[in-house]
Design a protein around this ligand. Sequence first.
Ligand SMILES: O=C(CO)COP(=O)(O)O
Length: 247
Amino acid sequence: MQKLAAGNWKMNGLAASLAEIEALATAHPTPGCDILICPPATLLSRVSDAALGTSVQTGAQDCHPKDSGAHTGDISAAMVRDAGGAFVIVGHSERRADHGEDDALVRAKAEAAHDAGLIAIVCVGETLEQREAGRTLEVVGGQVAGSLPDDATAEDTVIAYEPVWAIGTGKVPTTDEIALVHADIRARLTARFGADGEGMRIIYGGSVKASNAAEIFAVPNVDGALVGGASLKAADFGGIVDALGAA
Ligand SMILES: O=C(CO)COP(=O)(O)O
């Protein structure tokens, strides 16, 4: 399976950040591994232009479920595609928490992404409170069930498991804990989607850095990473890409 090293710049990045794309593309042409940068929407077009003809692909951090219309401040999947994006992240925990997005909305966004020809990266993950209550698999399983369209395929859908408590905290689950959740997601995907479920990439996110990447990528059913803070600088993200290429 083609691995995926995805960078989510979140609300970071100005025109000066374009230099990071050039540095990433020249230093890390890694076959067997897709490299993705999801900049803020303001930069998507320029980042896509800078990445054209390189090993770096681009995507957005969110999209609206509708194609167009009176939705001030939102962008549609068609607009993402038009700006050069090939992927869109949907259901990130920061959007679920800050914008009250539920599984049904996330699923509608994933459907819109597919309709526009984009690959949807559907994010799931438990809070610390849910983990401590022993509810991790139930919560994540429920999000997987509710957030994925019925016709999702291995080609058009990626699952990102991002424990909320590991995001931006420097805290990472043990490799056994990651293995357990990824295996459970895999079992659910295979039960629902058959061969497509076996082929869907499941990537891990939450405080991934060059220094812990190799250990995480050695975990079964970890097919890449969704990286926040460590994706902002090509020097840091390049180390993660290299670790994935070597895994
Ligand atoms: O939320 C994340 C990526 O979407 C993870 O963020 P960090 O890598 O900064 O923990």
